[in-house]
Design a protein around this ligand. Structure first.
Ligand code: GLN
Length: 204
């Protein structure tokens, strides 16, 4: 199980958003999951989940709390990170339709469009094919979700909607989904992330 094999715990960025759900899911998969709010928390983890929520608020808080810079260093240093929804926005190199001055941590060579489904479509659910995670389709919940507008050379798509829009990507040790597996009961993305955490054995 993760946790016993990883040494350092796995962090969940806990400034805003649905971090509690991710901590619960990671713990249910055997990981030692801890909230991350400050620079010193970043030094103690072997991987990080960035939850859904509101990316512009998460961006401001992460800079105000002094946690953005150590996270950027850890990302550049190869720490495995999984971002869902707002977390995907935080991980993307380019944001389309961000609020004025909005920044991201970056790392994924992608452009992400915030609130890509418009105000009428606050949320919806679909079954997605994610070939890398097996043949069974994944039931995915989208809530004021972003989409990946542009997948750069270094990143690759893991899943698309029927219309071809990309909603899951990976690049090296970074993983991102537009949707929220933590509020369903299909945790294949979390398992995939924890496998990576165990394999990499990151420590700062
Ligand atoms: N619309 C939010 C944002 O821009 C993301 C929504 C979510 O995380 N469910 O950050």
């Amino acid at each position: 199980m993760a946790g016993s094999g990883t040494g350092a715990p796995v962090g969940v960025l806990a400034l805003q958003g649905d971090f509690r759900e991710h901590i619960r899911v990671l713990a249910s998969l055997g990981a030692d999951a801890v909230p991350v709010r400050r620079a010193e928390d970043v030094r103690a983890i072997s991987g990080l989940v960035i939850p859904g929520g509101e990316s512009s608020v998460m961006d401001k808080l992460s800079r105000a709390f002094g946690v953005a810079e150590p996270l950027q260093e850890a990302i550049a240093d190869g720490m495995p990170v999984y971002g869902t929804c707002a977390g995907l926005i935080m991980l993307s190199d380019r944001i389309v339709d961000g609020i004025a001055g909005q920044q991201s941590l970056g790392g994924l060579d992608i452009a992400v469009r915030r609130n890509a489904f418009g105000p009428q479509t606050e949320s919806f659910e679909v079954d997605l094919d994610v070939p890398k995670l097996g043949e069974v389709p994944m039931h995915a919940v989208f809530i004021r979700a972003p989409v990946v507008d542009e997948v750069g050379e270094k990143a690759s798509a893991m899943s698309t909607l029927d219309d071809g829009r990309v909603v899951a990507v990976e690049q090296g040790n970074l993983l991102g989904t537009s949707f929220h597996p933590e509020i369903t009961n299909d945790y294949r993305f979390h398992e995939y992330f924890l496998e990576r955490v165990r394999r990499v054995g990151y420590s700062s």
